[in-house]
Design a protein around this ligand. Structure first.
Ligand SMILES: NC(=O)C1=CN([C@@H]2O[C@H](COP(=O)(O)OP(=O)(O)OC[C@H]3O[C@@H](n4cnc5c(N)ncnc54)[C@H](OP(=O)(O)O)[C@@H]3O)[C@@H](O)[C@H]2O)[C@@H](O)CC1
Ligand SMILES: [K+]
Length: 496
């Protein structure tokens, strides 16, 4: 699903008005009817409704919702903190609201409201142009302390759609009901406490116009082309399911390698190999009898460059450490290995500390840093909008694919396009979870054969296995090993 900026959304709005054609006030009615439907499907009319309406078109939406809810016998009260003069459609809807007589227009929000209330934030939407101050700021702070159900129309007031929000005076919504397309701000970790859950309501802006809008940002959806590439011909040979090697861990640190190898195996790889120091061979063989062992010459750390000529893909990095021999192995892989490389964890720190290696990165290499590791590569940033800019320039400069892990993990291609991942949950933030992602990436690359498409799909499946685990075990009790077991269901879910 495409993410558009405010300028583009306004243009799509205008295009629809002129070409459908539809009057802007009727488009506001249509948008608000979607809001009304969403609300009435979830909250019955035992709930009292408070609508905070600004004086622009976001306020206009709020007034329409107030009227529609009142006509469905909800007790509705409206507060107009910016007064009664505003945009044409706002003023027209205020007239319509006054005619129905059942909605109370209050001067102030009461000091106390029952928990069985809904507060609808229609103060500012996409027209916010500066931080909220003064009496309005006091109102937002007061509302944020109420224990009611809070719904923001289009955007939580105070939040900017396309850039970092400089102030913390922002409506804290439980639900944000946004129109037609998601906004970039919804993808940023620091904004989640204000957005709550977001839903995109189809208000029937011109589909073709939106399809033709150019955007570097989107939310991932699995398409039929990828589903087909994932399918294997029925007479599959283990070779055409792909060969992957895991180079991870070391003496007393083989857990990461085992988790990655298992995830790879459970994601359909044909042949999995694990590079191990001689002391660890038994552990790997006991834990994954399916794995071939590639024996490293070194006793405690990995460092031997072995014969990888038949390997389609190599994962390098989880818990591998920072020994000089390991660094040399990484350098040799960057120089000589001809297949697909996936670099994670310590590999990324090694790159950050030996920056000349960055110039050796083969085109299309997949890197999977979390924010701490990514900052080592690109320097500090203070919010996720800045992170996204750094991500784009890093990928474009080095011609690589980076998965920046977090809530809505961002997968960036070498051309600067960014796809945000919608699956996953906080229960996945546990040691070992990232190792699984490496394994899934390695398993599906031989079938997808494109770094960016592989990364998007693998991150999606990783999150999906997390969501299935959460559903069955709960956020606290799900583990990476449980997620591995659920990979099969995750694959099934996308195949259907
Ligand atoms: N696009 C679509 O498809 C559709 C859009 N629709 C709806 O329209 C909404 C956008 O409406 P909008 O453009 O009128 O802007 P909105 O957010 O109501 O407020 C603008 C007003 O606020 C003012 N203002 C700004 N910041 C301020 C501050 N800090 N403190 C004080 N004042 C401040 C600003 O003043 P100015 O910056 O001009 O000085 C201006 O007067 C959109 O979110 C959606 O809900 C739907 O109805 C149908 C389809
Ligand atoms: K709003």
């Amino acid at each position: 699903m495409k993410i558009l900026n405010i300028q583009q959304i306004r243009e799509a709005d205008q295009y629809t008005i002129e070409n459908e054609p539809i009057k802007s006030i009727d488009l506001m009615e249509r948008a608000s009817y979607e809001l009304f439907t969403w609300i009435t499907e979830r909250f019955n009319n035992d709930f009292s409704v408070y609508v905070l309406a600004g004086s622009g078109n976001n306020g206009g939406d709020g007034l329409v919702v107030a009227r529609l809810l009142s006509e469905s016998d909800y007790k509705v009260q409206v507060i107009l903190p910016l007064g009664k003069n505003g945009s044409d459609d706002f003023e027209e809807n205020l007239k319509r609201l006054k005619k129905i007589n059942t909605v109370l227009i209050l001067e102030e929000l009461p000091e106390q409201i029952s928990e069985k209330s809904i507060i609808i934030d229609a103060i500012f939407g996409s027209g916010l142009s500066r931080p909220i101050e003064g009496r309005l700021a006091d109102l937002i702070k007061k509302v944020n302390n109420f224990e009611a159900n809070k719904i923001a129309i289009d955007m939580p007031s105070g939040l900017f759609a396309d850039k970092a929000s400089p102030s913390e005076i922002i409506f804290k919504a439980d639900y944000t009901l946004s129109f037609q397309v998601p906004k970039l701000a919804f993808m940023m970790a620091e904004n989640q406490e204000y957005i709550g859950e977001f839903e995109i309501l189809d208000i029937k802006l011109d589909k073709e116009y939106i399809n033709n809008c150019l955007s570097d940002y989107s939310i991932y959806e699995v398409d039929s082309v990828i589903k087909n590439r994932l399918k294997l011909k029925s007479i599959a040979h283990k070779g055409n399911r792909g060969r992957a090697t895991i180079i991870a861990g070391g003496y007393a640190r083989m857990g990461a390698a085992i988790l990655a190898a298992r995830a790879c195996l459970h994601s359909g790889i044909g042949l999995i190999s694990v590079q191990t120091c001689p002391h660890c061979i038994d552990i790997v063989q006991n834990q994954i009898p399916e794995a071939l062992i590639l024996t490293d010459e070194n006793e405690y750390v990995l460092g031997s460059y072995l014969d990888y000529s038949k390997q389609d893909v190599i994962v390098f990095g989880p818990a591998i450490g920072f020994a000089h021999k390991t660094l040399v192995l990484l350098e040799n892989l960057l120089k000589d290995y001809q297949g697909q490389l996936i670099l994670d964890a310590d590999a990324i720190t090694l790159l950050a500390e030996n920056r000349e290696l960055l110039n050796l990165l083969p085109e299309g290499t997949i890197l999977t840093p979390h924010h701490g590791e990514f900052k080592r590569l690109v320097g500090k940033y203070s919010n996720n909008f800045e992170a996204i800019m750094q991500l784009k320039s890093f990928c474009m400069h080095h011609k690589v694919v980076v998965v920046l892990k977090g809530k809505f993990s961002a997968v960036c291609n070498a051309d600067g396009k960014i796809s945000f991942n919608p699956t996953g949950n906080a229960g996945m933030a546990k040691g070992g979870s990232g190792d699984l992602l490496c394994g899934i990436l390695a398993a599906i690359y031989p079938r997808i054969k494109n770094s960016y498409e592989t990364a998007k799909l693998a991150v999606y499946l990783h999150g999906l296995s997390g969501d299935i685990s959460k559903e069955e075990k709960g956020e606290n009790f799900m583990t990476p090993s449980i997620m591995i077991e659920k990979l099969q269901s995750a694959f099934k879910k996308i195949e259907n």
